[in-house]
Design a binder for this molecule. Structure first.
Ligand code: ZN
Length: 88
């Protein structure tokens, strides 16, 4: 059976919170290992994690240097679009 390879896949429901915690650095030990391993082999979770990481990077940048949210938003969108085109 073939799925739409390029279609956007949502992360697994039971992994969403773990992925968020992983991206924010809250996850440790076996849970972290498990989540990283899962995201590496699951397209939906992998994409979700990349997006979270991009989001957090930009939030950090924004906090330290650039207080304009509009700018951050467009940069975030550009990064996500770049990521998506890489995955295709
Ligand atoms: Zn998954």
């Amino acid at each position: 059976m073939k799925f739409h390879k390029n279609a956007e896949q949502p992360p697994c429901k039971n992994m969403e919170l773990l992925l968020q915690e992983l991206a924010t650095g809250k996850l440790t030990g076996i849970k972290k290992f498990y989540t990283v391993a899962h995201a590496a082999q699951c397209q939906g979770c992998g994409n979700f994690l990349s997006r979270l990481k991009v989001t957090l990077d930009i939030l950090k940048e924004t906090k330290s240097s650039d207080p304009v949210p509009e700018d951050a938003k467009s940069r975030l969108r550009a990064k996500i679009e770049a990521l998506e085109s890489q995955n295709q």
